[in-house]
Design a protein around this ligand. Structure first.
Ligand code: SAM
Length: 283
């Protein structure tokens, strides 16, 4: 008997992966959590039936959401990660010796426990002494933060369910308040290709533009996300994501990557015309 994982990317488009076996299935107070094993993508995590990450392609997402801001901001010491319970962003951040603290605010403790057990590839650095995990709603956590962080990375689920509040004007305004005067906010920013995702992307972009003086979008190819074309938001109080790229300094760090590099960094912000038009429509 064949087992397949299938996710509807639109009402008319399904994405399926042939599954060798299911490793975990459970229901937390927030969402359904499943872990599967497959020949093509290795192990993968889904939440409420939506693809979160696979062993085969998670490096793309986690490198791009982490190294782009780290190659721009010249002295990141204190980082806040909201969401990210799989640990992939934390793994990439711990490659930087100058980072002093990483606060991880993950609403669902069961996600962390499941990823530690079944996805050590991403969860491998959650025990780094610089990491402090808070099992809280990021929308509430950020309300009490003032002038504390150099970088905030929002590695959330999509803008419905527990992640909905992380795409609001209130949340982005509180991120601005929580950042230092030269702070950077980076977020997973959905996709421009399918209409539903594009509308969510436009809503988020409009709210970020209203909250930060510099707001740009960059892109990456993520095979297991809807359309395979995914966006990230780069919002900043001071630094421009391309003009202020410190390529030489970042390359001197010798951080091993398989997707990110400082040449691709500049290109990631060169968007297709239809994406630029979607963004301009809400700016
Ligand atoms: N990389 C994946 C993506 O882009 O779709 C998401 C990574 S991670 C699995 C997303 C995490 O966000 C989940 O563990 C989920 O529990 C967490 N999350 C969702 N809403 C949250 C909230 N309001 N506060 C904190 N964490 C939240």
């Amino acid at each position: 008997m064949e087992l397949w994982f299938t996710e509807a990317h639109t009402p008319f488009v399904d994405f399926s992966i042939k599954v060798d076996r299911q490793l975990f299935s459970g229901q937390s107070d927030f969402q359904r959590i499943d872990v599967f094993d497959s020949k093509e993508f290795g192990r993968f995590l889904t939440l409420d039936g939506y693809m979160m990450l696979t062993e085969k392609d998670e490096f793309i997402y986690h490198e791009m959401i982490t190294h782009v801001p780290m190659a721009v901001h010249p002295h990141v010491k204190n980082v806040l990660v909201i969401g990210g319970g799989d640990g992939g962003v934390v793994r990439e951040l711990t490659r930087y010796p100058d980072i002093k603290s990483i606060d991880l605010v993950e609403i669902d403790e069961l996600v962390v426990e499941v990823c530690k057990k079944y996805l050590p590839q991403t969860a491998c650095r959650l025990s780094d002494p610089r990491v402090h995990i808070f099992y809280e709603d990021g929308l509430k956590f950020i309300r009490s933060c003032n002038d504390q962080y150099d970088l905030i990375i929002v590695d959330s689920t999509d803008p419905f369910g527990p992640g909905e509040g992380l795409f609001t004007r209130e949340f982005y305004g509180n991120c601005y308040k929580a950042l230092h005067e030269d702070g950077i906010l980076v977020n997973q920013h959905e996709s421009p290709f399918y209409d539903g995702d594009a509308a969510a992307m436009q809503r988020a972009h409009k709210r970020i533009v209203e909250s930060f003086p510099i707001s740009r979008i960059y892109q990456a190819q993520i095979p297991t996300y809807p359309s395979g074309y995914w966006l990230f938001g780069f919002a900043s109080k001071k630094y421009h994501p391309v003009h202020d790229l410190n390529a030489a300094a970042w390359n001197l760090l010798g951080i091993p990557t398989r997707y990110y590099n400082t040449k691709l960094h500049a290109g990631a912000f060169a968007l297709p015309t239809y994406v630029e038009e979607l963004l301009h429509d809400v700016e």
